[in-house]
Write a new protein. Structure first.
Length: 228
């Protein structure tokens, strides 16, 4: 089951980020095509071989590909830099709105990841409730949002004050800020893993009181068995 999770992470998250980072300029269209083909191909394979779809991961891949697509026509690095600022602003707004709607993205990714490991929605949501993970999810979201807002301020200052010639002088500061925030986000992620590990070893799940829930990883095998 862990192979399924690793496969999803590689295809839907790591592959698009790495490809778009390595391929620049007009050649980026090739990375977009490759990402799209890999994503569609992988989704079809898991749909018919494993009878499931990771909806959250597919949405991430789609949004990331759409965001990267306009960069194909941007030949000037300065305009790409400015475009990235707008993308960060939209990302920050998206995080705020999802929190207000009680659709925390880290909670959704957490649920989908454990669904791949064959845990039911009831079991997963009870691990969240028993370990008070809602607070951890909102904490890591808040840190991520502060991270993004800080980057927006630094990049905006560089783009406006330093201009087209000197905007890259803030690069070292941007890297330093990102490293600090990423370390904080990793620490919270590790604390979440430590909290849920004793429960997800399988020994404590059967004693849980179940609650109703929804799903974003569609398991077609369940419906297939019902029709037999």
């Amino acid at each position: 089951m862990k192979k399924k999770l690793i496969g999803d992470i590689l295809v839907y998250f790591i592959a698009p980020i790495v490809l778009c980072s390595l391929i620049k300029g007009q050649n980026k269209i090739y990375s977009i095509i490759i990402i799209t083909m890999i994503g569609i191909g992988y989704s079809i394979i898991v749909r018919y071989s494993q009878y499931r779809l990771n909806i959250s991961a597919i949405i991430f891949l789609s949004i990331y590909t759409i965001i990267q697509s306009p960069k194909i026509s941007l030949n000037d690095n300065y305009y790409i830099y400015v475009y990235d600022i707008y993308c960060l602003i939209l990302t920050s707004i998206f995080l705020i709105i999802t929190n207000l709607l009680d659709k925390n993205i880290f909670k959704l990714f957490y649920i989908d990841a454990l669904k791949i490991l064959n845990y039911t929605n009831n079991q997963i949501l009870n691990t969240i409730k028993r370990n008070n993970l809602y607070r951890e999810f909102y904490k890591i979201t808040s840190i991520l949002n502060i991270h993004i807002l800080t980057m927006i301020l630094v990049k905006t200052h560089a783009a406006i004050s330093l201009g087209k010639v000197g905007y890259l002088t803030s690069y070292n500061m941007e890297v330093f800020i990102s490293v600090i925030f990423i370390l904080a986000e990793i620490i919270i992620g590790i604390s979440i893993i430590k909290k849920i590990k004793p429960i997800l070893d399988g020994r404590n799940l059967k004693n849980m009181k179940f609650i109703k829930s929804d799903t974003r990883v569609i398991n077609f095998e369940k419906y297939r068995n019902l029709n037999k």
